[in-house]
Write a protein that binds this ligand. Structure first.
Ligand SMILES: NC(=O)c1ccc[n+]([C@@H]2O[C@H](COP(=O)([O-])OP(=O)(O)OC[C@H]3O[C@@H](n4cnc5c(N)ncnc54)[C@H](OP(=O)(O)O)[C@@H]3O)[C@@H](O)[C@H]2O)c1
Length: 280
């Protein structure tokens, strides 16, 4: 018999509450406190019998390769999330101001929240897309940008190492000064703006805390946007769509716009290769 707890927590055949491990108890307490239980692979079934009705938990058939994506509400993260989800991965996306209702809301500056989400979900792979990537915002709020791009990245790397997750840190070609392209992996970085400097510091913080992590330095991105200013490619259209306005554009930079779906596919292929090496 149950112990008088709510029916869902205490099914007929015994009191689940009294069979839980410490970690399960901690997770349930967090859920009951409204904190959510990341990637919990249980479904609820309504059962009827003459005279009573109750909810029963049952296992749900979800893919067993787990990936956690930070910045899943952003231009790249949305595509990375879809790519993994569409290829039979159990994917959990984290966002911040735009997280609800689809994603976990996790402030990456909150080390306890980051610890909890990673410990709860136990991902095999983490794709760290979240960053402050707007150079003008980094210049105007350097401390906040450094907290997110450097300190939070180092902390995610440490947490990833603790659960043995393979981490991909998304970096940028802004770590180079552009004087001698094309660049190879071992070319010396020399960022010219503060954004590039914080991303390079982020790379170092990641590798110092997790030597098995991968750093992916990608160029300017384009893809499906929620707002034109989300991509440096489409933001131009915002400036020139009305012919009564003028806009300044430079005509000397050579850049290589890259489709977010291609980057997402590379992340998944890297993750799957790593899984093969590690678990076969
Ligand atoms: N965009 C480019 O052209 C480009 C080029 C090269 C490299 N990159 C790199 O690619 C990655 C993705 O860029 P993106 O363009 O997709 O960025 P984005 O669209 O600006 O998205 C930024 C993401 O970071 C999240 N975020 C911001 N502050 C957070 C916080 N305190 N806690 C948790 N999450 C937070 C945002 O969540 P909410 O929106 O929910 O608040 C959003 O999901 C970045 O690492 C960037 O440096 C981008």
């Amino acid at each position: 018999m149950g112990c008088g707890a709510a029916e869902w927590a205490c099914p007929v055949n015994g009191c689940r509450r009294h069979r839980e491990s410490g970690a399960e108890r901690e997770r349930r307490a967090r859920t009951e406190a409204g904190g959510g239980m990341v990637g919990w692979e249980k479904g609820l079934r309504i059962r009827f019998e003459p005279g009573r009705c109750w909810l029963e938990e049952e296992d749900v058939d979800t893919p067993n390769r787990r990936v956690l994506i930070t910045g899943a509400t952003g231009l790249l993260g949305r595509s990375v999330y879809k790519e993994f989800k569409g290829n039979n991965w159990n994917a959990v996306g984290c966002g911040y101001s735009r997280a609800r209702p689809m994603f976990e809301q996790v402030n990456l500056l909150d080390t306890t929240a980051v610890h909890n989400v990673i410990q709860d979900f136990q991902p095999h792979v983490i794709i760290h897309c979240a960053a402050e990537r707007r150079p003008d915002v980094v210049d105007s709020q350097p401390d906040a940008a450094s907290q997110l791009n450097v300190a939070a990245s180092g902390n995610i790397a440490k947490e990833a190492a603790q659960v043995g997750a393979f981490l991909i840190y998304i970096s940028t070609d802004y770590v180079f000064d552009g004087t001698n392209p094309p660049y190879k992996e071992n070319d010396a970085p020399n960022p010219l703006n503060l954004y590039g400097k914080t991303k390079l510091e982020g790379e170092k913080a990641v590798l110092a805390n997790n030597e098995g992590a991968a750093v992916l330095r990608i160029p300017i991105l384009y893809g499906e946007v929620e707002r034109l200013e989300e991509s440096a490619v489409t933001v131009m259209f915002d400036k020139v769509q009305f012919n009564n306005k003028s806009a300044n554009m430079d005509h000397w930079q050579q850049r290589f716009p890259t489709y977010v779906k291609d980057v997402a596919s590379v992340c998944r292929q890297l993750a799957e290769k790593k899984m093969l090496v590690r678990y076969s």
